[in-house]
Each structure stands twice: as C-alpha cells, then as structure tokens.
Write a protein that binds this ligand. Structure first.
Ligand code: NAD
Length: 412
C-alpha cells in the first residue's frame, strides 16, 4: 500500500474520534514543504551520475523539522512524505519540540565505492544546505545511512557556512558531537515498549518467544535487550533469509557475527527458511524492524503473536492492523515503539546546543523515562476512550497537541 495513503487513513481514523475542524486534516495530510531535486556526483571512472533526492518537511508547528535520511534504490516521494508525517506525530506524541522531516536518495549505496559514497553525501549537502539548520530541519541517519555519512555531511555543511556547529545533524559519531547511546537507542526503546505491553497482558518475559524481522540497527539492538531479560529470540530475518532456532539464539553472538558482515545463514546451528516464513512461526512477541508495508492482509492472517511491537516505521498496513486487532494482538504502534531514536537525537541536539555532554546511564535513563511516560499516556487514552487500539489513541494524542499549537499560531 502507498505509505502516504496509509498515513492519511490513520489521520482520518483519529480525526473521526475528535472534534477538530476539517482544516486540521488538510494541514496534516500533505507536507508543508516538499523538495524533489537532482544532484550530480562524480564517479570513480570520471563520469558524472545524477541522483534523485527528496526531502519532506511535513509540519513545523512544534519546532524544527526532524527526521532521518535514507539511501535506498526504491525510495519514493510518497515514502518520504509518509515517513515525515509519522515523524511529526512521533515527536508530538513523546513531547519533543520538533516537527517531522524525512529525506531520501534513490541509490543502492552498496553499488558505490567508499569515495563515491563520500562524494554523494557531500553533494547532497551542497544541493540542500539552504534548507537545513539546527532550528530549521535537522537530518539524521535512516536506512543505509551511518555515522560516517553524517560526519561527511556535517563537515561539508561546516565548509559551506564557515562554521563548526554540529547541531544541524544528529546521529553523529561520538567524537563529532554525537550522543552516547544513540546507536542502541531505537532498539532498546522498542524493548522497553515490549516490556510494558507484556506487563499489561500478563506475559512473563522469562522464556517468552520472539521473532525479529530485520537484523540491522533497530532489530539487533532490541533483540539483545530482550534476550537479556530472558526472552528466547527464536527467529530473525534480513533481506536474504530467515534463520530459526527453536531453543533461542545466543543473540549477542549472532549480532557480533552479523555486524562483522557475515551472512545470517552461515551462523552455526541455524535452520534457514525463506524470508517470509518469519511471519508464520507462532511466537509471543513479533518485532518488525525492516521497512514499511511488511505486514499485509495476506501474511497477517498467518501471524500468531500476543504482542506486535513496531520497530520499523509503517510496517503494518491498515487492513493488516485490523486483522491483528481482531485476533487480540496487543500492538505498540511505530510512532511510540521506535521513538527512542528521535528522543536520543533530541538529547544529542540539546547537548550540542549546551556544549555539555551526558554519560550513557543518564541518556538511557532519560530515554526510558520519556518512553514509559508516553506509553502510559497512550494506554490511559485508549482505556478512558474505550477504543482498544493503541495506534488510534497515539494518533489522537499527537494530533490534539499539534492542532492546539497550529491554532495558537493562527494556522486555522
Ligand atoms: P538497517 O538498515 O540498520 O536495518 C534494516 C534491516 O532490515 C537489515 O537487516 C535488512 O537486511 C533488513 N531488511 C530489509 N528488507 C527486509 C525484508 N523484506 N525482510 C527482512 N529483512 C529485511 O535499518 P534500521 O536503522 O534498523 O531501520 C529499520 C527500520 O526502523 C526502518 O523502518 C527505519 O525507518 C526504522 N527506524 C529506525 C531508527 C533508527 O534509529 N535507526 C529510528 C526509528 C525508526
């Protein structure tokens, strides 16, 4: 499903349960600003290749636009618009002073040499630097963008502006003003939300089973935290395959193996299954942590889990959402479940602006506190309104907050 239609449907469903004026839908259904641009990069063989870039600044009522930048060969304008909208609602939900942004470049970075990747990253900044800034739009890493890419981008922006500020990007390496804990933040946050959901449904995490779709930053870090609490992670998947071990993986060893660049299917003692099989294995906890639209009406019918905690953005289509709700699955929606990343990005930005840096314990403590508060708030909204739907409750809370500020600003 087109992710933009998906987010628009989510906004409509939430607005049906509120008394906001119809213009609130118009203000939220499309980004306030959307950029679609081509930029040239010199390849190693001397030729010039043109790349397509998108950046969406969805809504800046609450503060500067904040959101990741994705390098992916299938990224589209609709993906970027939808992802920026989810950022707006996520930031509003957890109480951050940000609006939503997102960017993408149509490229498979694996096809580029390291030097080409550096030139691409710097060229993106040259093409777009007028629109970013610490109080305007603050990019961060998303899929296939790592700390090194962000470091090149910070450097290029500093060269252009003759400055050494670093609060205009987050997800930076530690020595360039990054925050401790940023790498683990999203995955750990997903686990905190699994633990809260388990408390609510009376599931003992010790010995509970989990499957994780996507074993990158978010999936692998949430798996590590869950395993530390006694959860048996029995299946994980990536682009290539699904690996299964009914006894539960040694997750730390699997992560180390995968981080070192080894394929999951060569990890000792695994049964290798087709990628899609992950959704057919009955488990207590399912964490989609790959890309949007992974859980559809077709595979949702086969899913058997008690908790679905959305590490990825937009992994569940609205039809699949309804199927899982009807089955009684407790769903922790993306805008809550994966908010740990932007929360620690906010800590990074604040630390940069203050020039004072926190230790890891403080970062993780503050992240957990904010996420638990947000969970309680959404759960309370869900129960007081008797809507049995955490996603709807989360959207209602986020939209109420943004609508109020848009009204104060005189946008309607
Ligand atoms: P990543 O690139 O580190 O990892 C993505 C993983 O998904 C890889 O293991 C990849 O092989 C796998 N994958 C891709 N397509 C797949 C498929 N069809 N089936 C199974 N596995 C597949 O990316 P990430 O940073 O972990 O981000 C994952 C998701 O989480 C994205 O939706 C992203 O927008 C979202 N997210 C990330 C952060 C963050 O801080 N990194 C924050 C919030 C949300």
């Amino acid at each position: 499903m087109d992710p933009l239609l998906m987010v628009q449907q989510q906004i409509k469903s939430a607005l049906e349960l509120t008394n906001h004026e119809p213009i609130v839908y118009e203000l939220l259904a499309e980004p306030k600003r959307f950029y679609d641009f081509m930029f040239p990069v010199r390849m190693d063989n001397g030729s010039i290749r043109l790349f397509k870039g998108y950046r969406s600044q969805h809504n800046d009522a609450l503060g500067p636009n904040k959101g990741g930048l994705r390098f992916h060969d299938s990224v589209s304008a609709e993906d970027v618009k939808a992802l920026s909208a989810w950022m707006t609602f996520k930031c509003a939900l957890v109480g951050l002073p940000y609006g939503g942004g997102k960017g993408g470049v149509v490229v498979d970075p694996k096809e580029l040499s390291p030097l080409e990747l550096e030139r691409l990253s710097r060229a993106w900044v040259r093409a777009f630097h007028n629109e970013i800034g610490q109080f305007r739009d603050i990019p961060a890493p998303d899929v296939n963008v790592n700390q090194q890419v962000i470091a090149w981008m910070v450097d290029e922006a500093n060269i252009i502006t003759s400055s050494s500020q670093n609060a205009h990007f987050t997800g930076k390496p530690l020595d360039l003003g990054g925050s401790r804990g940023r790498i683990q933040a999203t995955g750990y946050g997903v686990s905190y939300m699994v633990r809260k959901a388990a408390e609510k449904i009376g599931l003992d995490l010790q010995g509970a089973t989990a499957s994780i779709q996507g074993f990158g930053n978010v999936g692998s870090n949430s798996a590590v935290m869950l395993a530390g609490w006694g959860v048996k992670v029995v299946a994980v998947s990536d682009m290539q395959c699904c690996v299964h071990n009914p006894e539960g993986f040694d997750v730390a060893a699997l992560k180390e193996y995968s981080d070192a660049g080894h394929p999951l299917d060569e990890f000792p003692g695994v049964t290798v299954l087709p990628r899609e099989s992950l959704f057919e294995l009955p488990v207590d906890i399912l964490v989609p942590a790959a890309l949007e639209g992974a859980i559809t009406k077709d595979n949702a019918k086969k899913i058997s889990c008690k908790i679905l905690c959305e590490g990825a953005n937009g992994p569940t289509t609205p039809e699949a959402d309804q199927i899982l709700l009807d089955k009684g699955v407790f769903i922790v929606p993306d805008i809550l479940a994966n908010s740990g990343g932007v929360i620690v990005s906010y800590f990074e930005w604040s630390q940069n602006l203050y020039g004072h840096y926190w230790d890891l314990d403080m970062v993780l403590f503050e992240e957990e506190k904010m996420m638990l508060q947000a969970f309680d708030l959404v759960y309370e909204k869900m129960t007081t309104r008797n809507i049995k739907n955490m996603r709807l409750a989360a959207f209602i809370h986020a939209i109420d907050r943004i609508a109020e500020v848009m009204k104060l600003r005189g946008w309607y």
